[in-house]
Structure formats: structure tokens, C-alpha cells
Design a protein around this ligand. Structure first.
Ligand SMILES: C[S@@+](CC[C@H](N)C(=O)[O-])C[C@H]1O[C@@H](n2cnc3c(N)ncnc32)[C@H](O)[C@@H]1O
Length: 153
């Protein structure tokens, strides 16, 4: 699944940041919640993970005492300020026209010295493998054009 391909890189980065017992974390747009779950285990009972999403259906079924799901639109709604040690959006901002203002809003949720880990796809410089078949290169380009059209609307 999509998130499980991304998780090893994310976990490496979170370990490098030093996420550990007692951290207060804001997982933004958690989707299926694989990283929210990893954080809950990593930070233990002294920490807390707040997972905010337009749709918390997949988070609501996770059973962790230190996890709170909040149904919230990060574009239009307020977030707490200076509350978290870590904020983590992944594959979220690229989909939002308001990405710059949302990024600023997310940064303001951090304590001084807190970390924001932003992981977003690069839809601007991807190229198909030149050694691939021409039909696959055309398909890749058509897919990227569709993504750009979607992001522009
Ligand atoms: C592409 S998924 C990424 C899921 C997860 N971060 C991951 O990398 O596996 C984007 C997630 O952001 C949520 N989302 C999109 N727009 C949002 C918004 N304005 N406010 C809060 N969550 C949003 C979606 O509901 C979805 O769960």
C-alpha cells in the first residue's frame, strides 16, 4: 500500500530528529494512520499524538490511549499555537492550493525548538525512465498531465 512504501523513509527521518518518549506530536492528514500508530508506540504513555484530518474514519478505529483524532480542515480552521514538539504533514500540502498559508499555520503549532517534517511529492521535475518502452513513457506523461490539471483546478 502507498503509505507502507513511504513509511521506512519517514521513520528514518523521525528517528534522526530524535522523536522519543513524551513527545507531543501533530500528525496532519494521517490518512490510514500508519505513522500516527508508529508515533503512538514511540512516544509512549507520557506523549500524545493528535491526528487531524477532514475524515477521521480510519483513525477513529485505532486503539491507542495516547491518540486523539480531530476532524478538522487545516485550510479553514484554526490549530493550537506553540503546543507541539513535532508536526508532520505527508502528501498533503501538494494537494492544497493554500499550501503556503497552511505551512505557516503548521509551523506556528510548534514550541520553540520543535520540528516540522514536511514530506511532499515533486510533481514538477519527474521524468519517465528514458530506457522504458515508449508506450509507458507516454502513459507516464499523460498521468503527470492529469495530476497537474487536477492541482491547477
Ligand atoms: C494523500 S493522503 C496522505 C495520507 C498520509 N499522510 C500518508 O502519507 O500516508 C492526504 C490526507 O490528507 C487529508 N486532507 C486533505 N485535505 C485536508 C484538509 N484541508 N484538512 C485536513 N486534512 C486534509 C485527506 O483526508 C487524507 O487523509
Amino acid at each position: 500500500m502507498f503509505e507502507h512504501n513511504l513509511d521506512p523513509g519517514t521513520i528514518n527521518a523521525l528517528d534522526a530528529i530524535g522523536v522519543s518518549s513524551g513527545c507531543d506530536c501533530l500528525e496532519v492528514g494521517p490518512g490510514g494512520g500508519s505513522i500516527a500508530e508508529w508515533l503512538c508506540t514511540k512516544i509512549g504513555p507520557e506523549g500524545k499524538v493528535t491526528a487531524v484530518d477532514l475524515n477521521t474514519r480510519l483513525i477513529d478505529v485505532l486503539e491507542y490511549a495516547n491518540l486523539e483524532a480531530r476532524k478538522l480542515n487545516v485550510v479553514t480552521e484554526d490549530l493550537p499555537q506553540r503546543e507541539y514538539d513535532l508536526v508532520h504533514p505527508r502528501f498533503l500540502l501538494a494537494h492544497l492550493h493554500e499550501r503556503e498559508s497552511v505551512l505557516a499555520k503548521l509551523s506556528q503549532t510548534l514550541w520553540p525548538g520543535g520540528w516540522i517534517l514536511v514530506e511532499e511529492p515533486d510533481f514538477g521535475t519527474e521524468e519517465p525512465d528514458p530506457s522504458g518502452e515508449a508506450s509507458m513513457r507516454r502513459l507516464f506523461k499523460a498521468g503527470m498531465a492529469a495530476i497537474h490539471k487536477h492541482l491547477d483546478n
